[in-house]
Unconditional design. Structure first.
Length: 350
């Protein structure tokens, strides 16, 4: 198969991925469906939001066709990753196609000058004194399999946290409070919702203060604190021209991911219908708004989790597996490039 045919085949697969993602996004209609998607993303937070939706969509198809035993995947990994763990893909099990970035090396004698960077050839070496960085230049399809599609050495299971209704893990509140204070905001209590005009919590950007109701359960207070912390980290203060509905969904989605990672049951918190907030940005496709919102929430949740004690809920990577780019590379792989690949590169990474 010549290079042109390989490029065409890869582009067709990328087009298929785009179409599947569009369908997955369109199926997120109600606020509860969105919440479930964010909680699922918390289980697979090592993946981009777009790839999470692709994995869930294809696993659902596999379950409905009787190819996998459980409605939700537990661990997913690439072919080589499973081999490194002493497991192999069962014959006849089709992998789940996702986006994988293709990176290239760039060199510059003046790294601060954005116009000075040049792409290095495959075997080209930088000149003495040049800085070298790797950048995403395109996307290519890659495949992952759920553990139920493999056989071999047993996988050590990480203990799943029980859903906590009302209680929060020790130290979680303090860890979140420390992040709020590091951002220059005071943290105060309010006696009840009446003191906050009916809200569970508020962020007062002008006063640089976060106020949380004190008459709620530990779990509810933690979820509310994450919500307000997300508002701060996402820049939802004065001057932010994004629709209020999107700001609230970003903050609540961040809270859903963080709390789910610690086994907190906060399903009582509601989210608006997706169609209501995704169509508020003039000139942008609602599906693109959904993807962007999900990825912003995911990135914020990861930043918060990085500064907290290790979450008991895994990130979807099998214990012992390494999330490294070579696991998804094919020697001599040809990348898809162009505007669509560049857009995909922004919203997908491994």
């Amino acid at each position: 198969m010549n290079d042109q045919r390989v490029r065409r085949s890869r582009q067709e697969k990328l087009d298929e991925l785009s179409e599947r993602l569009e369908r997955a996004v369109e199926e997120l209609v109600t606020g509860e469906q969105w919440r479930r998607a964010m909680v699922f993303a918390a289980r697979f937070r090592s993946r981009s939001f777009a790839n999470t939706l692709l994995i869930l969509s294809q696993h659902t198809d596999a379950y409905e066709q009787g190819r996998v035993p459980d409605p939700f995947p537990s661990y997913v990994a690439g072919f080589r990753q499973w081999q490194q763990l002493g497991r192999s893909v069962v014959k006849g099990q089709a992998g789940y196609m996702i986006w994988s970035p293709v990176k290239a090396r760039f060199a510059s004698p003046q790294p601060d000058d954005p116009n000075s960077w040049r792409r290095l050839g495959r075997y080209e070496r930088p000149d003495p004194g040049e800085a070298v960085r790797r950048r995403v230049v395109g996307m290519k399809p890659a495949y992952v399999w759920d553990v139920s599609q493999t056989a071999g050495e047993p996988i050590p299971e990480r203990p799943e946290p029980a859903m906590l209704q009302g209680h929060a893990p020790e130290g979680l509140w303090d860890g979140l409070a420390a992040q709020v204070r590091r951002l220059g905001f005071a943290l105060d209590d309010a006696p009840d919702a009446a003191a906050l005009a009916g809200a569970d919590g508020v962020t007062r950007f002008n006063d640089r203060a976060v106020v949380i109701r004190s008459d709620m359960s530990e779990a509810a207070r933690v979820a509310t604190l994450v919500h307000e912390l997300a508002h701060i980290m996402l820049g939802h203060g004065p001057g932010d021209d994004r629709h209020r509905g999107i700001r609230e969904v970003e903050a609540e989605s961040t809270a859903a991911m963080v709390t789910a990672s610690f086994g907190l049951d906060t399903q009582a918190n509601s989210m608006p219908y997706v169609a209501g907030w995704s169509s508020t940005v003039n000139g942008r496709d609602p599906a693109d708004v959904v993807r962007t919102t999900g990825e912003r929430a995911r990135a914020t949740a990861l930043s918060i989790l990085d500064k907290l004690p290790e979450a008991p809920l895994g990130d979807g990577t099998p214990p012992g597996a390494q999330m490294t780019q070579p696991d998804f590379d094919t020697p001599g792989a040809i990348a898809a490039t162009g505007p669509e690949a560049e857009r995909a590169a922004v919203r997908a990474e491994m």
